[in-house]
Design a protein around this ligand. Structure first.
Ligand SMILES: *[C@@H]1O[C@H](CO)[C@@H](O)[C@H](O)[C@H]1NC(C)=O
Length: 155
């Protein structure tokens, strides 16, 4: 957890202070994809961790080539070409973004780990980004693994 808006300690401090005065925090969670497949390797990520979209290497998670839908998408370009085709919308890339294979237990577990960390800190819920680009059963499999909200504020 770290962005241009602050680091994890600062986020935690904000969530605690907000909860203590009755202001709830909802995270806009991006769990469908990683970065664009065409961007170069380097450490210009939000937290400065190394990544290489070219070979699907995200060692900070870690995610590798096994964890993306490259083999599942059936379009020639690997992109969503027809929004009337639910398979393309859910299995192919959205504007070039590397599409995570949410059917994989490992990918589900890494995403649930991330969301549970936020729940334990004290967030009240999530807005799941790009949810129409994921299979409902895959989203459910992730949500079924989530902790109850933090009892300090949500008894
Ligand atoms: C809930 O939040 C409190 C206050 O920050 C923290 O001490 C506690 O460990 C959290 N609970 C869980 C289950 O993480």
């Amino acid at each position: 957890i770290c962005t241009r808006s602050g680091n994890e300690d600062e986020f935690r401090d904000m969530v605690i202070r907000c909860n203590n005065v009755g202001v709830r925090v909802y995270v806009d969670a991006v769990i469908n994809h990683m970065c664009g497949g065409g961007s170069g390797a380097g450490t210009s990520s939000t937290c400065g961790s190394y990544y290489n979209p070219g070979n699907r290497d995200f060692p900070a998670v870690p995610f590798s080539g096994w964890d993306f839908n490259d083999g599942k998408c059936k379009t020639g370009s690997g992109e969503i070409e027809n929004y009337n085709d639910a398979y393309q919308v859910r299995d192919c890339r959205l504007v070039g973004l590397l599409d995570l294979a949410l059917e994989k237990d490992y990918v589900r577990s890494k995403i649930a780990e991330y969301l549970n960390h936020l729940i334990d800190i004290g967030v009240a819920g999530f807005r799941i980004d790009a949810s129409k680009h994921m299979w409902p059963g895959d989203i459910k499999a992730v949500l079924d693994r989530l902790h109850d909200l933090n009892k300090t504020w949500f008894p």
